[in-house]
Design a protein. Structure first.
Length: 267
């Protein structure tokens, strides 16, 4: 037997001895025994590592302390289109904590229209809001006063940063703008001049889709179903929250992506 062969066999036997294994046998048998034991040890180490607690996932911090999910309902008629003089008849807010996306509070007021105070049959059927409800409701300016009390309670747009979240640009860009005109407001409320989150566009960009989708289709893609009554402003806003929670859990940052431009309609 050559020196190299002897050294190799001796090395194998030394390794086996260190592992507490049988050192008898020829070189092929020793190599096989050692290889088998090393594989067993590697599997044990792998299993032990798998059982160790995983490091906490880094949570992306959202840019706002609070989010106000906002989905108004307005007067409408069949084939009314954008030129229809829509007036807000339901003003709902679902307030969400910017860290946890848990619902903190809700605000809801129906609104008495002044330009066309009588609801169309189409509007009543679509929204589920009856004539008696809006007749007994405060006007828009009174609703804004109540809403500002709600915001003050949570220090929104004051000590706490906040952003509205809407399904598309329409609620703030169009419906609020029309309503301010009908209510003869000289100055649009400052909080409705701030950039906000268009969740329909954010959803499209985050999940890399070609076109934006409505609430029902976004829910369906996230394996969720609409809860409540469609075209109830408050139920729509609550379902937008459910979409947002899923998006946040998937790592989405809710940055403002929509602006209002005075006297101009822009995307």
């Amino acid at each position: 037997m050559t020196d190299a062969a002897t050294t190799t066999v001796e090395s194998l036997r030394k390794q086996l001895e260190d592992l507490g294994l049988d050192t008898r046998g020829l070189k092929p048998e020793l190599k096989k025994r050692l290889r088998k034991e090393k594989k067993r040890i590697a599997n044990l180490e792998k299993n032990e590592l798998a059982q160790l607690p995983k490091p906490p996932t880094l949570v992306k911090l959202q840019p706002f302390d609070y989010y106000l999910f906002f989905d108004v309902e307005a007067t409408c008629d069949v084939n009314g289109g954008f030129q229809y003089p829509n007036e807000i008849i339901e003003f709902p807010i679902v307030l969400v904590d910017g860290k946890t996306f848990e619902i903190v509070d809700e605000f809801r007021s129906y609104v008495k229209p002044s330009n066309n105070p009588t609801l169309t049959d189409f509007c009543k059927q679509l929204t589920g809001i009856d004539q008696e409800t809006v007749d007994a409701a405060p006007d828009f300016i009174e609703v804004l006063d109540l809403f500002q009390e709600f915001m003050a309670k949570h220090s929104l747009f004051q000590d706490k940063s906040a952003a509205f979240v809407t399904d598309g640009p329409y609620d703030i860009r169009d419906f609020i703008t029309k309503q301010c005109t009908f209510s003869n407001l000289k100055h649009r409320p400052a909080y409705f001049c701030q950039p906000w989150v268009n969740i329909r566009e954010l959803y499209r960009e985050f999940y890399k889709q070609r076109k934006g989708k409505n609430i029902e289709r976004m829910l369906a893609e996230l394996d969720l179903r609409f809860e409540g009554r469609q075209h109830s402003g408050l139920d729509d806003a609550r379902n937008l929250v459910r979409i947002a929670v899923k998006m946040k859990d998937d790592g989405c940052l809710f940055k403002a992506n929509q602006r209002w431009y005075n006297n101009r309609r822009r995307r």
